[in-house]
Design a protein. Structure first.
Length: 195
């Protein structure tokens, strides 16, 4: 089932069965002394001294992508940076203009979340995050209310992409009731605003 092998000319590395790999990486990732939530670059030497298989790096990076703690510890999630305009129009006050997008890791987290709403205030660059159980408009509205608006206040303007949950009639009614101006980016051109 397991055997000990020399890796790069030095002894080390249990090679494990495929069925055990993901669980082993998750346990290593969660361990505060061995792994932690530091990403592949910080743990690869420690991990490769103990275990080895060809796809270990890509599997560990996928676990980091799916980890809510890892994603929320980043100042601005790297996937979000490409969606923020290069020269954004800045609001005059905090919550004057807020950019909102969904960050989807690709599979459900252990808590049943499929995505995170990431909201970035254009003036202060303050990041607000909420976990999303599904991609319906009702769930997006619930998370916006509970995790952003009730905690930090109501933005005057929000800028989103044209995803179904942001361009639906229910979402438009929501922003109207909340007295929020809603602007949509042009499809496939997140850095261009259409107003």
């Amino acid at each position: 089932d397991k055997f000990y092998a020399a890796i790069n000319g030095k002894p080390g590395g249990f090679i494990t069965l495929c069925a055990e790999r993901r669980n082993l990486l998750i346990q290593f990732h969660k361990h505060p002394l061995w792994g932690g939530h530091f990403g592949w670059g910080k743990v690869k030497d420690r991990l490769m001294d103990l275990f080895h298989w060809d796809t270990m790096e890509s599997e560990y990076k996928q676990i980091c992508k799916e980890c809510f703690t890892c994603q929320t510890q980043k100042s601005i999630p790297s996937q979000m940076i490409k969606h923020i305009p290069q020269h954004p129009v800045v609001g005059n006050t905090p919550l004057g203009k807020v950019y909102i997008d969904l960050l989807q890791p690709g599979r459900k987290t252990s808590r049943g979340n499929v995505a995170m709403i990431v909201a970035v205030d254009s003036l202060t660059s303050f990041v607000m995050i909420g976990a999303v159980k599904d991609l319906t408009t009702d769930e997006i509205i619930r998370v916006l209310l509970e995790d952003i608006i009730f905690k930090y206040g109501t933005p005057k303007q929000i800028i989103t992409d044209r995803g179904r949950c942001f361009s639906s009639g229910n979402f438009e009614k929501f922003v109207e009731v909340m007295n929020i101006q809603h602007h949509l980016t042009t499809a496939n051109h997140h850095n261009r605003m259409d107003w």
